[in-house]
Design a protein around this ligand. Structure first.
Ligand code: PTJ
Length: 264
């Protein structure tokens, strides 16, 4: 389907089309379309732009990636469909390794996603032929590479499930998540949760990586002063403030529920 540029929800419709096309190509699973719907609902409530707390987390994430000795960006179907180019650009800027890691893993899907990333400019993408397991995980998400996620000290995990985020934290890694749901287990378990859309988040982190790259003192200061609990509280307060704003606008527009008089 061609989305008309004049449509008020153009960006959102284009993203949906990208996902549907990626589903047809075997990159995204049907469950990924459902997961996107949940993210979209939170994005709608959050105003469809990067909030101030998200920006703080994105800067801290950039600092963590720059200070890492072995940083890795983990990619699943939805991330490849929506932001393959952004993943490649960020990984190059850090520099970080890229590893395909899937919840609904089939070897064919891993290969298709590796090809998608290569078409976007990546080389040496990890994922096929894993040689290690993340301890404590039953699902296929446990499969990983020794030279990738297994030995990484910092892992960026966009659109994650809480189990793996928790297992990676237990392995002693710094886990940077990207999840529009500030209440999710992933957001609560990650070391640096970013509550933002994946495309916006990857672009912002890349921008901060480029800004901070020549300044190790400032990079260290940013990571040292970042506080996850305070930042996540700020993300929750931002959502509360948005909801309050919504309900006030509704009331002033006469949107109060009407009560019907009952004749006796
Ligand atoms: O490709 P696979 O097989 O690895 O499967 C990928 C999915 C996404 C299906 C899998 O990881 C999954 O089931 O994830 P969950 O547990 O549904 O969590 C996905 C989270 O991503 C949800 O909390 C959504 O709010 C969030 N989300 C969805 N779309 C976006 C998003 N966060 C940021 N940006 C988005 N565009």
């Amino acid at each position: 389907m061609r989305v008309p540029k004049s449509h008020p929800r153009y960006e959102s419709l284009v993203r949906r089309e990208k996902l549907v096309r990626a589903w047809r190509a075997g990159v995204v699973v049907p469950e990924g379309l459902i997961a996107h719907g949940r993210g979209e609902a939170f994005d709608y409530l959050l105003g469809e732009e990067t909030s101030a707390p998200a920006l703080v987390a994105e800067k801290a994430a950039a600092a963590a990636l720059l200070l890492a000795t072995h940083p890795v960006v983990s990619v699943n179907g939805n991330v490849a469909a929506l932001a393959a180019r952004d993943v490649v650009r960020l990984a190059r800027a850090v520099p970080a390794a890229i590893e395909v890691n899937l919840f609904h893993r089939t070897e064919g899907r891993v290969r298709t996603i590796v090809r998608t990333l290569e078409r976007s400019g990546a080389s040496h993408v990890l994922g096929p032929r894993p040689d290690a397991r993340i301890p404590g995980l039953e699902s296929k998400r446990a499969l990983c590479h020794r030279e990738g996620i297994y030995h990484a000290d910092v892992v960026l995990v966009p659109l994650e499930d809480g189990d793996r985020a928790e297992a990676l934290v237990k392995m002693g890694k710094t886990v940077i998540s990207v999840d529009l749901n500030p209440l999710s287990r992933t957001s609560r378990r990650a070391s640096i949760p970013i509550v933002d859309d994946v495309t916006r988040a990857l672009r912002n982190v890349e921008r901060f990586v480029r800004d901070l790259r020549g300044d190790p003192t400032e990079t260290t200061r940013i990571l040292r002063t970042y506080r996850k609990s305070g930042n996540l509280r700020a993300a929750h307060s931002f959502l509360e403030w948005r909801l309050e704003k919504f309900s006030k606008t509704r009331q002033s527009a006469g949107g109060r529920p009407r009560t019907r008089k009952v004749r006796r």
